[in-house]
Design a protein around this ligand. Structure first.
Ligand SMILES: [Zn+2]
Length: 214
């Protein structure tokens, strides 16, 4: 029973307690007291396997890989990345050899403009909202905004969201054309259109890692 529960790097010191961390490459580091026995260290790691798995998942989704063969989801649709003249073609997104991030951002801006403008028009028509227009920005701090004149702006990084999340952003901003605050009246308006919006809104917190992309 001396087998390691999981491979980990052990760092001993004069500390009194155990601690655990996961590096960017997924490797696990355990800091342990000098006196700790291997069985104790293993038991500590075993108790935290769930935490390690969750941490690894967060770390792997926290980076955008633009190399050939990598996968990228755009409005919930999965694409494989390949080298070529920048464009979407079927299930492939082509990016040039150089300045890949810049080229991808440009593609996403175009896609977001089309998709977010279409969704905004769709909900405005269905629920009688009046708005002044849709603009796409490179904002990192927020998914969308709406000013007193009803001009709506969306971050092009909404392209990294699922369609459900994108629809919530659209409804949120359209409801600001009637309520410029986040009052109870505002949320009841959102809830009347998207009854399960609270869950979608929570899921956006996890999605905010994409704000660091491109
Ligand atoms: Zn708002």
């Amino acid at each position: 029973m001396n087998e390691e529960v999981i491979h980990y790097i052990l760092v001993r010191s004069r500390r009194k307690t155990f601690s655990l961390s996961v590096n960017g490459d997924g490797s696990v580091v355990v800091r342990a007291p000098n006196t700790a026995k291997k069985a104790e260290t293993d038991a500590f790691v075993e108790r935290h396997l769930g935490w390690i798995a969750a941490r690894r998942e967060v770390l792997s989704s926290a980076q955008l890989d633009l190399s050939d063969g990598a996968a990228a989801a755009v409005f919930g649709r999965s694409y494989t990345i390949a080298t070529g003249r920048p464009r979407f073609a079927g299930g492939t997104v082509f990016l040039p050899t150089e300045n890949r991030a810049l080229a991808f951002a440009a593609l996403l801006k175009r896609t977001a403009r089309k998709q977010m403008a279409a969704l905004t028009a769709e909900y405005a028509l269905r629920f009688g909202f009046v708005y002044a227009g849709v603009r796409i920005t490179s904002a990192r701090g927020r998914w969308g905004s709406c000013n007193a004149k009803g001009a709506i702006a969306y971050s092009f990084r909404t392209a990294f969201l699922s369609e459900k999340q994108a629809r919530y952003i659209v409804v949120h901003e359209l409801c600001h054309t009637r309520h410029l605050d986040h009052s109870a009246a505002f949320w009841s308006e959102v809830g009347a259109i998207l009854p399960d919006y609270a869950q979608t809104r929570r899921s956006l917190r996890k999605a905010s890692v994409v704000m660091n992309w491109l």
